[in-house]
Design a protein around this ligand. Structure first.
Ligand SMILES: Nc1nc2c(ncn2[C@@H]2O[C@H](COP(=O)(O)OP(=O)(O)OP(=O)(O)O)[C@@H](O)[C@H]2O)c(=O)[nH]1
Length: 402
């Protein structure tokens, strides 16, 4: 699942590590190659260390003023040198947010002197990472990640990385991984709905929880309804299904077949009947029989078909569903995102089920859809059996990808 995205993110981590580490090594080698300067630097450095070592005052200073910020404490010897030359400067440096070190007068002075750059570690600049992040942005879009999502990820990673200091090669990988995880968490951080909690409330109130499923033909909507029914049955609830797709030939038979397989009551009328009437009857049945969940199938239709969209709005008016769930095929990538937006505009979507995630190597729709329509993914379809449905957890997705 999502192998392509996974590869792209780990590729970026590797490329940044290689680039920044080799630049740093080259920088260090250049310093060591300058004749005379290295020796002089080392001698000065040793002298300073000697002066510094026995200083009780210095030790006290260090105890009193720990360098709390990682970006500052990592300077090591540089910190000790600056402690000797400028106590005041050191006090200023204990701050919460890492500074953009390119702009720091101290850093500039160090670079000019040459002596200090011997111990200065590389600070990541925008120029260092721009090309690799641009490459990532392009390849995310190739994996059907929506453009606004790809841009947001790249900007967030850039913001996190620029100004960070690298002490060792593993730092780059760690910083990049953390930055990517944070960016993806932000993308997936749409407020979600707890279906079990909603069902529990419905049970206590004596009113059934009404869920209407929308989406175009062939995405796996019928199978998904049977899976969601199974999900609730496994938790002790009794659902009823409304065969409100009275438009498409074979739809009533198809959903009846699933209902029979999982032992759920189905409410159906003849083909061509008013779908709102079927949905209404299912709700009445649930109330009469004390069933807690009503799952309403609707005709899979193109989001551009105005008449059929109006019919869906009628079901909504009549039944007043607690949740409208858009079912999309994750394999269709950007199309699934586009359809979800259209259904949201027409009837208002509360949550998403993405089917066939088990076969989806790209992962673009799963990463983008919730952010683009600002609605949570509730479930992923992960196979063809009725049990093959999993609750969607953003943390799980982040761990899958980075
Ligand atoms: N691998 C996989 N296949 C799925 C998943 N969900 C549904 N399918 C398959 O996708 C095909 C279409 O599913 P249906 O439920 O019939 O699709 P539908 O949206 O009701 O489409 P219509 O029948 O045209 O209304 C079936 O062969 C399902 O078994 C899933 O999560 N993973």
């Amino acid at each position: 699942m999502f192998e392509s995205l996974k590869k792209k993110f780990s590729g970026t981590i590797g490329k940044l590590s290689d680039k920044l580490s080799s630049e740093e090594e080259a920088g260090e080698n250049r310093q060591e190659e300058v004749p005379g300067e290295t020796k002089e630097t080392t001698e000065t450095f040793e002298k300073l260390e000697k002066i510094e070592e026995p200083s009780a005052e210095k030790k006290e200073l260090e105890t009193e003023e720990p360098l709390v910020e990682e970006k500052e404490s990592e300077t090591g010897v540089k910190g000790r040198l600056s402690g000797i030359f400028s106590r005041e400067k050191k006090e200023e440096k204990v701050e919460e947010k890492p500074a953009e070190t390119h702009d720091e007068p101290e850093e500039v002075a160090e670079e000019k002197s040459g002596m200090f750059s011997f111990v200065t570690k590389k600070t990541i600049s925008e120029k260092d990472i721009d090309d690799i992040l641009f490459e990532l942005e392009m390849s995310l879009m190739e994996s059907d990640v929506a453009m606004e999502v790809a841009e947001k990820i790249i900007n967030s990673v850039k913001e996190d990385l620029v100004g960070r200091k690298i002490r060792r090669r593993s730092d780059v990988a760690e910083f990049t991984r953390d930055a990517l995880k944070k960016a993806i968490s932000e993308i997936l951080g749409v407020e979600t709905k707890d279906l079990k909690e909603m069902a529990d409330k419905a049970r206590k109130s004596g009113e059934p929880l009404k869920i209407m499923f929308v989406g175009i033909n062939g995405t796996g909507k019928t199978t998904t309804i049977a899976k969601v029914a199974t999900y609730f049955i496994n938790d002790g609830y009794t659902p009823v299904i409304a065969a409100a797709d009275t438009f498409r030939a074979g739809a009533i038979e198809q959903i009846s077949h699933h209902a029979e397989n999982i032992g759920v009551k189905i409410i159906k009328h003849k083909k061509g009947a008013d779908p709102a009437a079927v949905a209404y009857d299912a709700v009445e049945h649930a109330k009469a029989k004390g069933k807690e969940i009503v799952l309403i199938d609707t005709a899979g239709r193109m989001q551009t078909n105005v008449n059929l969209m109006d019919e869906m709005k009628k079901i909504k008016r009549v039944v007043k569903p607690d949740l409208i769930i858009y079912v999309g095929d994750s394999l269709t990538g950007n199309d699934a995102v586009e359809q979800a937006s259209k259904f949201d505009e027409a009837v208002g979507v509360d949550g998403i089920v993405l089917t066939k995630a088990d076969a989806d190597a790209k992962g673009g729709a799963a990463l983008s859809i919730g952010y683009v329509i600002n609605k949570p993914i509730l479930f992923l379809g992960v196979g063809q059996s009725y049990e093959d449905i999993m609750e969607f957890k953003p943390e799980w997705m982040v761990d899958q990808l980075v």
